[in-house]
Ligand binder design. Sequence first.
Ligand code: CA
Length: 502
Amino acid sequence: MKNSLKIQTALILSALLTAGAVMPVSAATDAPVRDRIAVEKIAFQNPDFIRGMDISSVISLENAGVRFKNEAGQTEDIFKILADNGVNYIRVRIWNDPYDANGNGYGGGNNDLEKAKQIGRRAADNGMKLLVDFHYSDFWADPAKQKEPKAWADMSLTQKQEALYSYTVNSLTELKDAGAAIGMVQIGNEITSGVAGAFQNTDRAALLQTGAAAVRAFDKSVGIAMHFTNPENTGAMKWFADFLAQNNIDYDVFATSYYPCWHGSLTNLTEVLSYAADKYGKYTMVAETSYPYTLDDTDGHSNTISQWNNNSGDNMCWDFSVQGQADEVRAVMNAVNDVSGGKGLGMFYWEGAWITVGDVTGKSGSAWTRQYNANKMLWEQYGCGWASSYSAAYDPDDAGRYYGGSAVDNQAFFDATGQALASLHVFKNVLTGSVVSDALQGDVNLDGTVNIRDVTLMQRALAQYEMLSPEQCMAADTNGDGSVTVEDATALQRRIAEFPAD
Ligand code: CA
């Protein structure tokens, strides 16, 4: 029995290994993968469910010196790290002209079209589509602010429509020419109170119609999203879905932000999205969500969710931990997947990479002040904080007064050194489920220790003399890329040579 099994498995291995000595870790098993975080599998109604992320600030962070590292601790292109972890879509905000008269950036990533072109191309290079988030403003557009771009300030509605139309078509064309794979476009950002300085309903409807027409003229296969917020106001959300229909606004996706400290329950979220799905046949999605893996701050600029702020309430029901962050992402994806009729299209995490440009953790007194002042200079120079002092020229009452660093560094999927967190695995583990492994990484023979015998077993398996069980493959996949290759064996051998007592 044992011998025949061994021969049989050797044949299977032989077949697997002909394609470059790679053993898929979770082949031929429906069992959840073993991991450092536990994730319950989601049975997606939509096989192409969007597991997206907004990392709009990333270019400004890199310019300020931030480097991102994969789980093996190697510096790597963040777009590759995200794709390897199951992120399949990137969202990017675009401001028309986020600079003052002297060319100083307002901050928040200084996210102009040029930055979006870089982000779109790098996303496409790693197999990810792009959601283009036009704010139709020169800086943050949200429920409190919908200010038109400086260049549109004195325009009539008709002139503004013309400007919005050509800006949309021209920007999308430039993005496409730069190599971006544009899948979807948002006409405005969190347009709950208005869009591009238009607050009156007929004006607002006219601008939304114009934006949608521009996207259709650019490419009919690109999805159009309308993005609102405050889904806890169920009646208002339903009113927006009715408003879009009554004004014959041509769009595909009804989207909302969902931040659990403000935005009600997940049951309510599913209900308001299902309204647009059932009544108007629209796809739905969460365009923004996020959750802290810690309540600590690392850049000296206080965080939106901290030990003093927004850290309690009925819907803040996950731990502030790496596991808790993954739990929130899984729960929001599940709530969207539950939208009736299979109309839940996906979810985007907001600014999963907006980490500090210089770590103040553990510093106190003058050391803290020195580091904070160093960070402040980087925020001003590179626009890598939420706002710079230069934003006063456009938004004097808020950004121009309270400018500074990142308020969400504790909600990123990377720690203060740029190292990827295990919570990032949620983006792929929702497909298979995962359980927390209590086996040692590298303990291929599962005897409780990691030593040269494990390397020998791996080498024998790679040379087709032995077959590893799925559990052994998990332990052998030392770089966590989902397969066991000679690279894993080499890495383990090196590790044992450096730390023989491991
Ligand atoms: Ca901070």
